[in-house]
Design a binder for this molecule. Structure first.
Ligand SMILES: Cc1cc2nc3c(=O)[nH]c(=O)nc-3n(C[C@H](O)[C@H](O)[C@H](O)COP(=O)(O)OP(=O)(O)OC[C@H]3O[C@@H](n4cnc5c(N)ncnc54)[C@H](O)[C@@H]3O)c2cc1C
Length: 425
């Protein structure tokens, strides 16, 4: 190892801490700003030719950067320390951070956005604040290894440009997970973590569409409807593992939309473990029990002289009605009354429990987040590695994934803040 360069000191003669941040995403930029504000001399290494590429894609370009209604239950993974972390840098702190930097904020039912509704505003604020905190950014430089000098304990980085000559007191790994690899997060951070002895909890795509085995999807592709969906791990199972409600979207290969995203990580883990994943959908969630029975009885009373298509008119989107008729083995022009009351009742009840078999979650290319990651039992409450003190982790690299609704970016801000403070102090 080369000899360490002379360290700078602050005005009081204290040695200035040198901190490297690997990854210029949401978590890395927040870490760099925080460490810089704490007086550290910060260098950010980013493999792309620009920082924050993923931020621009968030919230359909509007960036849902946090959520005021946040609790432990909005996250998976995170171990014992997650709740404490979330309290140390909360959504209120995120709002204060951004408003203090000049960004006005818009709230819709707890969901937080920049007032401009432009994700680029969030990115511009972060870039500006990184500059103000004195952080240097090295673009188009991928970090491939972290070496530690035995004598000094300082770290040097091996990058795509060769062995680094700079030495750092602390390194913050904020490389993201595997989701949306085109934005730079290709899982290389996990390889770095494994090299220093960390256990990575198996990763699967989260907040992603689900592919189904059933053949009727081509008939209903493009249809959106309000639905309650339940995930089961066995055929005919009584107890759903998860249930969600919201706007469902049918595609030609399966199901999408927020409720599907919310339970996708659970389906992906079931399939990764070789288990069955079945989703049952209630396409009329607004009508339950006796109300539904009453509606069925009234409809059946008026079935006389109608075709099946006419009998179902107004139940749901026309494409869904036609699909229901076909799945039940009938034809749209069949005489409804001739089916008899019981079969008509069964046809109406099929809207309350449409069953589909999940064959796969869509890949990381389509996923918004990575479920799994570095085991939180192997980091301190300051997100410092227990295996290699001096190395910190932040963001999606860690085994924390949030529900859809601003929770994942909030985790990036929270963990970036904590790791930045820890590394600088
Ligand atoms: C389409 C889409 C929409 C989303 N919308 C929302 C939303 O509205 N609200 C929300 O809360 N969350 C949203 N998310 C999730 C959220 O964007 C992520 O959870 C968050 O950005 C993760 O931040 P991160 O800094 O941990 O990782 P990333 O943003 O992935 O950043 C990691 C950075 O590290 C760099 N890097 C990786 N490896 C190396 C290396 N070896 N050397 C150097 N650099 C490296 C990458 O190039 C990248 O810039 C969305 C995600 C996607 C894909």
């Amino acid at each position: 190892m080369e000899k360490r360069k002379a360290n700078r000191t602050d005005g009081k003669g204290n040695e200035v801490k040198k901190v490297a941040v690997i990854g210029g995403g949401a978590a890395g930029m927040m870490a760099a700003i925080t460490a810089g504000r704490c007086g550290a001399q910060v260098t950010v290494y980013e493999r792309n030719d620009r920082v924050g590429k993923k931020i621009l894609a968030t919230g359909n370009g509007k960036c849902n950067f946090s959520n005021r209604k946040l609790g432990r239950e909005d996250y998976y993974g995170g171990g014992q320390i997650l709740e404490g972390c979330l309290n140390r840098f909360s959504p209120e702190d995120a709002v204060a951070f951004f408003t203090d930097a000049g960004m006005l904020v818009k709230e819709r039912g707890g969901y937080l956005y920049p007032w401009s509704e432009q994700a680029s505003t969030v990115l511009d604020v972060l870039r500006l604040e990184m500059g103000r905190a004195g952080a240097k950014v090295r673009l188009s430089e991928k970090v491939e290894g972290i070496a530690q000098d035995r004598k000094t304990g300082m770290f040097a980085l091996e990058t795509s440009l060769g062995k680094g000559k700079e030495f750092y007191h602390a390194v913050i790994c904020a490389c993201g997970g595997c989701a949306a690899p085109k934005t730079g997060s290709d899982g290389s951070g996990f390889a770095l973590a494994k090299k220093i002895g960390h256990h990575v909890i198996p990763v699967v795509p989260g907040l992603v569409q689900l592919r189904c085995k059933d053949s009727f999807f081509k008939m209903i592709a493009g249809v959106r409807c309000e639905a309650e969906i339940k995930l089961y791990d066995e055929e005919g199972g009584k107890n759903p593992l998860r249930e969600e409600i919201g706007e469902l979207q049918f595609t030609d290969y399966g199901i999408s939309g927020i409720p599907v995203f919310q339970l996708s990580r659970h389906a992906a883990y079931l399939l990764a473990e070789g288990k069955r994943a079945e989703v049952r959908m209630d396409l009329l969630p607004q009508m339950k029990g006796a109300d539904f029975d009453k509606m069925c009885a009234q409809r059946i009373k008026k079935a006389g002289g109608k075709t099946l298509e006419e009998f179902l008119l107004g139940m749901a989107n026309k494409k869904i009605n036609l699909m229901m008729i076909k799945e039940a083995g009938y034809k749209p022009g069949d005489d409804a009354a001739r089916l008899g009351n019981e079969r008509l009742r069964m046809l109406l009840y099929s809207y309350k429990g449409l069953k589909v078999h999940i064959s796969a979650a869509n890949s990381f290319e389509n996923a918004q987040v990575t479920a799994g990651g570095i085991d939180m039992a192997e980091v301190t409450k300051n997100l410092e590695s227990i295996k290699k003190p001096g190395i910190y982790f932040a963001g999606e690299m860690l085994d924390v994934d949030g529900r859809c609704g601003g929770y994942n970016l909030q985790w990036a801000w929270t963990s970036g803040y904590i790791a930045g403070r820890g590394a600088a102090n």
